[in-house]
Design a protein around this ligand. Structure first.
Ligand code: PMP
Length: 463
């Protein structure tokens, strides 16, 4: 699909002032704004135009939100239609035709076996709120309160979600090893590492002296996003489904980042064919506006009215934009496109690693791609990986690459345990030419960063 380049804008002299005022007035906790000093004024498709007149290819896509890129015509049309119709923009969780259409469209995209017997709860408009809702649901349904989550997971920033992501709260979460191809905690990587990880999970759950209380649920990401783009092997996903089913533990699939075609199937659980008990959905389902829901097996629907309330649950414009996005991805088979194009980009980046010892690993699924940067001279390998050894991560190089990318008009995100993984989350609508431009600019940025005197400077803060 051709993406029209936006027309040049008048250069507002305010650009520097806006950035300066932001630095002075906004919180020390701000994140993206620190490493991406851009003032976006226009955007279309994959292109963002800054107030300084510069154009960028956006591989961050609102942290994986913009399945169709910026301001896609079908999204704009859907939003305008609601506004022009005189429909209310905010009615709490009351039924509306817009909501009805969104739910119908969403259910039509979900695995049939799941959707045929599912309920939906509209949550506050952030992924983390939907994660909290999922935890409340499974606790009410099972009468248990403990949770299982995985090393390297990211589920959000509210208390329960933060605890499941490894943050400090008083929520009780047992952290289990996530199979990691490259930095495998068991030193094997691959299927073998995934096997050991699954065995450890089983052992902990069945050992009466393991100290792990009977949990209400296990939450997992089919591909860890913020944790550094770590795809879970399909066989491991199936093992987790068996382990949880056999022990009446609810399986929560957090598809906040992996959903809506991103990984090459509409929902990432489809790769392994598993049917979870709960799915947590946000980001792309709102078509670039804030929206978050959980969809779950109706037998779990045992919580009380108001068990997870909130003022903004089911924003009308987001539901309209979301329904249009879901339909467009489905009708235009963008999941397949993400799979094909993603595989091509992955291969091109893997080829690049032959000339760059600083590329430790290139991995991903569909258009969720990560390049882990390492410093082979920094010391002995930390762990043995599937393909040999994994030298220590190099977050300073990753930061330098991000900055060099920005200079070349490419926005990329960093992630991973040490902030050393360059992440690509382009819109599913990117063209072949744009995909080539992304790889070329990234390769050029890497070459520049490797030569950069800032290479060993302290890496900036990551989320
Ligand atoms: N789950 C996953 C898998 C995520 O990637 C994120 C956000 N990056 C969240 C939950 C939390 O979503 P939000 O930032 O909207 O609260």
């Amino acid at each position: 699909m051709a993406v029209t380049e936006p027309a040049p804008v008048e250069l507002p002299p305010a650009h520097e002032g806006i950035l300066r005022r932001q630095a002075l007035r906004e919180s020390a906790a701000r994140t993206y704004a620190r490493s991406l000093p851009i003032v976006p004024v226009r955007a279309r498709g994959m292109t963002i135009e800054g107030a300084d007149g510069r154009r960028y290819l956006d591989c961050l896509s609102g942290a994986g939100t913009l399945a169709l890129g910026h301001n896609h015509p079908v999204v704009l049309e859907a939003v305008r239609k609601v506004i022009d119709s005189g429909a209310p923009l905010h009615v709490l969780d009351l039924a509306t035709p817009v909501k009805d259409a969104f739910t119908t469209e969403l259910f039509s995209t979900l695995p049939r076996e799941f959707a045929d017997n599912a309920r939906i709860q509209f949550c506050g408009p952030a992924g983390t709120d939907a994660v909290e809702a999922a935890f409340k649901l499974v606790r009410a349904a099972t009468g248990r309160s403990e949770l299982l989550a995985f090393t390297g997971a990211y589920h959000g920033m509210t208390a329960g979600a933060l605890a499941a992501s490894g943050g400090a709260t008083d929520v009780r979460v047992t952290r289990l090893p996530f199979p990691h191809r490259y930095r495998c905690p068991f030193g094997t990587g691959g299927e073998r590492g995934a096997d050991i990880a699954a065995g450890w999970t089983e052992y902990l759950l069945d050992d009466p002296k393991s100290g792990v209380p009977e949990p209400a649920a296990m939450i997992l990401e089919p591909v860890q996003g913020e944790g550094g783009v770590n795809p879970a092997p399909d066989s491991w996903m199936r093992r987790m489904r068996e382990i949880t089913r056999e022990r009446s533990i609810a399986l929560i699939a957090d598809e906040v980042q992996t959903g809506v075609g991103r990984t090459g199937t509409f929902w990432a659980v489809e790769h392994s064919g598993i049917v979870p008990d709960v799915m947590v959905l946000s980001k792309a389902i709102g078509g670039s506006l804030p929206l978050a829901v959980i969809v779950y097996r109706s037998e779990l629907d045992l919580w009380q009215p108001g068990a997870h309330a909130g003022t903004f649950r089911g924003n009308q414009l987001a539901m309209a934009a979301g329904a249009a996005t879901l339909a467009y991805v489905r009708e235009n088979r963008l999941a397949e496109r993400a799979g094909t194009l993603g595989a091509r980009m992955l291969a091109a980046l893997q080829a690049l690693s032959a000339d760059h010892p600083s590329i430790g690993d290139v991995r991903g699924r569909g258009l969720m791609i990560g390049i882990e940067l390492v410093d082979p001279e920094a010391g002995p390998p930390t762990v043995t990986a599937e393909n040999g050894s994994a030298p220590p991560p190099d977050p300073a190089l990753a930061t330098a690459v991000q900055q060099e990318c920005l200079r070349r008009g490419l926005i990329v995100e960093l992630g991973g345990r040490h902030g050393a993984v360059v992440r690509l989350l382009p819109p599913l609508t990117l063209t072949d030419e744009q995909a080539t431009a992304v790889v070329d600019r990234l390769a050029d940025a890497l070459r520049a960063a490797e030569r950069s005197p800032y290479r060993r400077a302290a890496a900036g803060p990551t989320r």
